[in-house]
Write a protein that binds this ligand. Structure first.
Ligand SMILES: NC(=O)c1ccc[n+]([C@@H]2O[C@H](COP(=O)([O-])OP(=O)(O)OC[C@H]3O[C@@H](n4cnc5c(N)ncnc54)[C@H](O)[C@@H]3O)[C@@H](O)[C@H]2O)c1
Length: 307
């Protein structure tokens, strides 16, 4: 198939691009390289340096007639969205609409979208959250992700374009960006490798659901090989607190520093964990990477990078 991936120079989507190419698909990447890196782009991909808001995307889509649009480009820093909601919305909402409008008359068979299970539900009432959990995002980033899901439903209902919205938990692994939703892993790893002192916000008992990027790739493979349609959580159903992460990384790296805390950041979500039952029951997806093994691979990546 002919697949265009937005954000394919970034952490998650570059792994998806690698996998689609390995499966024999023709992969095109659109990325403005704002946080993505040229070195992440697979050699066999066609790369177009372009912003998701560029009107030229309409001509590109009508000329190339992609089978699949996999939309991962985003401003992915929750704090940036809080400081400048308009900037976030320009990329994360208007950029999405530009992509979907360009897709509308181009014969696309499916749109896959990177949503965020860590933010669309807001403060969780049920642990783990399934897809029927109330969606009350408490950041502009989460509002933007959820509104893309509503737009995608609109294009599905009115124009018949199937879509998959993956509500990812906190994704970690090689190539990850310190500003992303699982940024704490990259930050702690880089500091510990450099012999510096990582700092834990608050008591360190705030939890997240950390899912390995290889498991995210498997879900994106299923999305193009099955009739998958609608919103699906992609997580592990396991809550890991920041202190535990710190201790795992500390021992994997063989660090000697102590555990240091500062007062908690205001407004930080306390707990987040997703049920993956829906995609498991329907398509057999389940996470396969245990956290310590995944952290080991991540540390290895940053170790090589730092030498
Ligand atoms: N990392 C996580 O834990 C996580 C969790 C849930 C959802 N997501 C979503 O997954 C997607 C990928 O995230 P990531 O962690 O790989 O981040 P990333 O920053 O590594 O990747 C985003 C990519 O989009 C590109 N980009 C940004 N703005 C652009 C624009 N205006 N036009 C074109 N390209 C643009 C960047 O250059 C980058 O290559 C994002 O949509 C993010 O919101 C990530």
């Amino acid at each position: 198939m002919k697949i265009v991936i937005t954000g394919g120079a970034g952490f998650i989507a570059s792994h998806i691009a690698d996998a689609y190419i390995a499966l024999g698909h023709e992969v095109w990447i659109i990325d403005n390289l704002s946080t993505g890196k040229q070195e992440n782009i697979p050699e066999k991909a066609h790369f177009i340096k372009m912003d998701v808001n560029d009107p030229a995307i309409h001509d590109l889509f009508s000329q190339e007639k992609f089978d699949i649009i996999n939309h991962h480009a985003a401003q992915m820093d929750v704090r940036v969205s809080v400081n400048d909601p308009s900037h976030d919305a320009r990329i994360n909402i208007l950029g999405g609409i530009n992509i979907y409008e360009a897709a509308k008359n181009s014969g696309v068979k499916k749109i896959i979208f990177a949503s965020s299970g860590g933010t669309v539900y807001g403060e969780q009432e049920i642990f783990p959250a399934d897809e029927s959990h109330p969606t009350k995002p408490i950041s502009p980033y989460g509002v933007a992700k959820l509104s893309n899901e509503h737009y995608l439903y609109y294009y599905y209902a009115v124009y018949g374009i199937p879509y998959v919205a993956f509500r990812y938990a906190n994704v970690y692994g090689p190539r990850q960006n310190p500003h992303g939703e699982a940024g704490v892993i990259a930050i702690f790893t880089q500091k510990l490798l450099a012999g510096q002192q990582p700092i834990i916000n608050g008591d360190g008992l705030q939890t997240r659901d950390y899912v390995y990027v290889g498991d995210i790739v498997k879900a994106n493979e299923l999305a193009i090989s099955t009739d998958m349609q609608g919103a699906f959580n992609i997580g592990t159903s396991i809550e890991t607190d920041v202190n535990t992460l710190f201790r795992h990384l500390h021992s994997l790296i063989g660090a000697t520093c102590s555990e240091q805390h500062i007062p908690a950041k205001t407004g930080e979500q306390r707990r987040s964990v997703l049920s993956y039952n829906h995609i498991h029951q329907q398509y057999g997806w389940e996470p396969s990477m245990e956290i310590r093994a995944g952290l080991d691979k991540t540390v290895e990546f940053f170790r090589v990078q730092s030498t």
